[in-house]
Design a protein around this ligand. Structure first.
Ligand SMILES: [Ca+2]
Length: 407
């Protein structure tokens, strides 16, 4: 069983301090300008699981999954990047036939079928939203776009019906990396879509250019129309879907359960992964400011870590990068000790980070951070809360699994 395999060991920084109780090492970094605790890096050193909740197999046999979403009845929809949507029964059984009617995707680089979210009024409208990359222009070189579509899940949950694209990235690009691609729906019916900078050095500057969707978070209504209160609808030359800009690869997104504000997690460069409270019209700095450096040789990027008019992250991670894939604020009753904690699933970090928050939803403070389930040694693609307050992890790769956290 792959989830019980011995852990791989990420490199520990030389100046790491061992914490025997948790068999972890922590490197304390800087305080951010906002005063939030930042720059902590954790790495697993031991094999034994610490006491506390355990991760148990729930579903096995997935291939390159990317996103998962609970239906109100406790079943799960899971995307597989090659272009399949899978249904998981409440008991964890994977329905063998994929859900029919998914959009045609371009499965290349990091692309393919990416995220899925369920409408807040799913019980009334059976509406779901998908993100994916599609061939959208040119044969040589082939160009792709990040897309979003809405569809109705059939009454027997075997097919998507009335599939309708509602967002297409502009302009089309050749790169298949740093896609972003995460979706989140707010209580007031707005769909947020994250878009990465597409990685190429010539592309990253577009994160600061409002004529490009790259390096942005966009906000549309669930029918694809642009809300009139988006920040740049009256800015000449700006794409009206843009909500926030200056992002590198924001691959995680959630609406805060109390404030309904958008929070995102972002893959930074080497040692610059971030959590941001992602607000109307704000500039999150990339590639002008960052706490990280180039992956190749750690050359400096931009102008340093801060600049007037650019937002600071709520919290960030130093070297080595944890590579955050998605985030979730836990509100369930199954794990009372974790109520109100922010969970961040990580790929390279091989752990689920738990962040204790103080302050208010509008002005939160990071009180403490700890990596959990590092003993699994698993790259994690997603973390979600079930309707009955359970906590579930989606592993990466092929074969991949859904893990159920049990007290
Ligand atoms: Ca930033």
């Amino acid at each position: 069983m792959q989830y019980l395999a011995p852990p791989r060991r990420p490199a520990c920084p030389d100046d790491a301090v061992a914490s025997p109780g948790r068999r972890l090492c922590l490197q304390v970094g800087a305080l951010s300008a906002a005063g939030a605790l930042a720059g902590l890096t954790g790495c697993a050193t031991g094999a034994a699981a610490p006491p506390g909740p355990r991760a148990l197999p729930h579903t096995t046999g997935l291939e390159l999954p990317w996103g998962m979403a609970f239906l109100p009845d406790g079943r799960l929809l899971v995307t597989e990047r090659p272009g399949r949507l899978r249904l998981v029964e409440v008991d964890g059984r994977l329905v063998s036939a994929p859900v029919a009617g998914v959009p045609e995707v371009e499965y290349r680089g990091h692309g393919g079928l990416l995220d899925i979210v369920v409408d807040r009024f799913f019980e009334r409208n059976r509406q779901v939203y998908l993100s994916y990359t599609a061939a959208c222009a040119g044969d040589e070189p082939p160009l792709n776009c990040l897309m979003a579509a809405r569809a109705t899940l059939s009454a027997d949950a075997t097919a998507l019906e009335n599939l309708q694209p509602i967002f297409r990235q502009w302009p089309p690009v050749e790169s298949g990396e740093n896609l972003g691609g995460r979706l989140a729906v707010s209580r007031d019916g707005m769909l947020f879509i994250t878009l990465g900078d597409r990685r190429e050095p010539g592309e990253r500057v577009h994160a600061q250019d409002l004529a490009y969707h790259q390096g942005k978070v966009v906000r549309i209504r669930t029918d694809g129309s642009v809300p009139g209160d988006n920040p740049f609808v009256h800015t000449p030359g700006a794409l009206p879907e843009i909500w926030s800009y200056g992002h590198r690869n924001p691959q995680g997104a959630m609406l805060h359960p109390d404030s309904d504000e958008l929070w995102t997690s972002e893959h930074g460069p080497f040692g610059g992964d971030e959590i941001n409270i992602t607000r109307h019209g704000r500039n999150y700095g990339w590639p002008v400011i960052t706490y990280g450096c180039e992956y190749d040789g750690c050359a400096a990027i931009g102008e340093g870590p801060t600049k007037a008019g650019m937002e600071q992250p709520l919290t960030w991670w130093g070297q080595p990068s944890i590579a955050p894939s998605n985030l979730l604020l836990y509100t369930g009753g199954r794990f009372p000790q974790w109520r109100g904690s922010l969970f961040v699933a990580t790929l390279a970090g091989l752990a689920l980070w738990r962040i204790e928050l103080g302050g208010s939803p509008a002005e939160p403070q990071v009180l403490r951070r700890e990596p959990l389930f590092a003993e699994l040694g698993q790259r994690l693609r997603d973390v979600q809360q079930s309707p009955d307050g359970g906590l579930y992890l989606l592993t990466d790769g092929a074969p991949a699994s859904i893990l159920r956290i049990e007290a």
